[in-house]
Design a protein around this ligand. Structure first.
Ligand code: NAD
Length: 336
């Protein structure tokens, strides 16, 4: 029996978390879900978006599945997602984007993985107004050699382990001469240790354009925090949208799995959310805990439901959609 921390999350989080745990249970994996609350629901109950019992649970279980958490824009509490990544030093954010047959998208046959540095640069939370009248604000982005080296090594090791051929480093070293420059220097140093893998690098603005016009040239993409966040949403847009994009936050001891998308307040509570992104994050989690065959079965069931296109949510088929619960049931039926 595995023990996994489950954070259902805000907005559409509880419904897609329920879908994911139902599917994993139906695949026969024995998991004790240690369910804890963070985000808005925790504020209501404990006046704290990240109560200590959440940290304790993750510390004990080492693996967590998390629904999306709302972070107020501008003022309000800091991001719980960022806090969790920092607390457990989840330095690597792995976000695959691949095409599924039957899903309407701009391209077919895309299969790329974004490896995003998850703890440094502009998400480190070093920011303030420079004076009480808020006439200017400052956010400091720190990039370290250690932080760059470990994420770049992670990307190359990931490429080797998963039989991938190419790693593209994305940066803005032409303008951000120091932070971008350091990341790129380290990329060149690390690349020398992986002669079996093709290495190249691209400036982020050009990268955004090339991902849209010629995405098949990319395999593993490694980049700093902010660029990785933006490019992974872009990547999901290439293959059918956020409803299909999973992610893993990996540290030395703890791994936390989640969808790339947020809490989608515009569709929350309406049985409209596509559960697949979190379900596919669940598949990544099952592989992480050694449940390969259940992971394969769930991934195949999701692929089949998407290919048949009969029981899919409105983001994929606006004309005749089904709800979250119906799509979940369709995936479970394919497991049988
Ligand atoms: P979002 O990802 O929640 O939604 C963007 C758009 O995609 C919306 O139109 C939404 O309806 C749609 N969408 C997202 N997931 C979907 C799904 N599973 N099925 C169908 N449609 C889906 O982004 P946002 O609206 O910018 O952010 C909302 C909140 O989520 C913010 O508070 C933000 O901070 C938070 N957020 C959290 C995480 C996380 O927990 N890791 C990630 C991103 C954003």
């Amino acid at each position: 029996m595995h023990r996994v921390t489950l954070i259902p999350g805000d907005g559409i989080g509880p419904s897609i978390s329920e879908a994911t745990t139902r599917i994993i249970d139906a695949a026969g994996v024995k998991i004790h879900w240690d369910t804890v609350e963070a985000g808005l629901s925790a504020i209501d109950k404990y006046r704290d978006p990240l109560p200590p019992n959440v940290i304790e649970s993750i510390k004990a279980n080492k693996v967590a599945l998390k629904g999306p958490l709302t972070t107020p824009v501008g003022s309000g509490f800091r991001s719980v997602n960022v806090a969790l990544r920092k607390e457990f030093d989840l330095y690597s954010n792995v976000r695959p984007a691949r095409s599924f047959e039957g899903v309407p998208a701009r391209y077919e046959g895309i299969d790329l993985v974004i490896v995003r540095e998850n703890t440094e640069e502009f998400y480190a939370g070093i920011e303030h107004y420079i004076d009480p009248s808020r006439s200017a604000a400052e956010t400091i982005g720190i990039v370290t050699r250690m932080g760059s080296e470990r994420i770049l090594r992670y990307a190359y090791e990931y490429a080797r382990k998963h039989g991938r051929k190419k790693v593209t480093t994305v940066h803005k070293a032409n303008i951000l001469k120091y932070t971008g420059g350091l990341f790129l220097d380290v990329a060149h140093e690390v690349a020398k240790h992986y002669p079996d893998i093709v290495s190249n690098d691209k400036i982020v603005d050009n990268m955004a354009m090339q991902m849209v016009t010629n995405p098949h040239q990319f395999d593993v993409i490694v980049t700093t925090n902010l660029f990785g966040d933006i490019l992974s949403d872009l990547a999901s847009g290439l293959v059918g949208g956020l409803g299909l994009a999973p992610g893993a936050n990996i540290g030395y001891e703890v791994a936390l799995f989640e969808a790339v998308h947020g809490s989608a307040p515009d569709i929350a509570g309406k049985n409209l959310a596509n559960p697949c992104a979190l379900v596919l994050a669940g598949v990544m989690m099952l592989r992480h805990i050694g449940e390969e065959s259940a992971a394969d079965r769930i991934e195949n069931a999701v692929s089949t439901v998407l290919k048949e296109g009969k029981y899919v949510t409105a983001d994929l088929k606006p004309a005749a959609p089904v709800g979250t619960t119906e799509m979940t049931q369709a995936i479970i039926n394919k497991l049988k």
